[in-house]
Design a protein around this ligand. Structure first.
Ligand SMILES: Nc1ncnc2c1ncn2[C@@H]1O[C@H](COP(=O)(O)OP(=O)(O)O)[C@@H](O)[C@H]1O
Length: 170
């Protein structure tokens, strides 16, 4: 079973996947597989432009977890979409020293459900598990994903509405 863990940057993919790896689950990180597919580096946005189609095409399926903001584009058996309330996401991104434009872009993407919408374009609703990390610890989020893996948590998506957190002026 391949389980994708996706979400806007700052929602907690890396931290939660590290916790799950610590608990014994095999984890593949987007960051470790994407290098050969980088087309260019957009320095102004501190962003790597990746040949996503080729990355998806050549990705070897794993029996375990795939973590990264493109994981939902893979043919996963189920996808966990991590969410974080936009004002808290902004706080989580602050230590990264991203340019303000990049922070605002991510906060807006989270408020507009961009990753969830992309996920639902690729996967049926009953394969999708949205987890709001805002008020949970990393360990509690890992617990939820373990429940997903064990089939103890029903699929869920679409109950989050963060349009009130859209930042003015954008
Ligand atoms: N419930 C939570 N789940 C995941 N990360 C959390 C949580 N609460 C706070 N954080 C913090 O938010 C940040 C998330 O960063 P990271 O794991 O790198 O996210 P991503 O890989 O999605 O960019 C970390 O500093 C982490 O400690």
């Amino acid at each position: 079973m391949m389980t994708g863990i996706t979400g806007t940057p700052g929602t907690g993919k890396t931290s939660i996947a590290a916790e799950l790896e610590h608990r014994g689950y095999p984890v593949v990180r987007l960051a470790d597989t994407v290098r050969p597919y980088i087309i260019e580096e957009d320095c102004s946005r501190q962003t790597l432009v990746v040949d996503v189609d080729r990355w998806v095409e050549e990705f070897e399926a794993v029996d375990g977890l795939v973590e990264g903001h493109l994981a939902h584009l893979l043919p996963c058996d189920r996808v966990v979409v991590l969410r974080c309330r936009p004002d808290i996401l902004r706080q989580r991104l602050a230590p990264r020293n991203y340019p303000e434009g990049k922070v605002a872009e991510n906060v807006e993407a989270e408020a507009l459900d961009v990753i969830l919408i992309e996920t639902l374009e690729e996967h049926p609703e009953d394969h999708v598990f949205e987890i709001d990390t805002t008020d949970l610890s990393v360990g509690e989020c890992a617990d939820r994903i373990e429940q997903v893996i064990r089939g103890e948590l029903p699929p869920s998506c679409g109950s989050i509405d963060w349009t009130d957190y859209l930042e003015p002026g954008r």
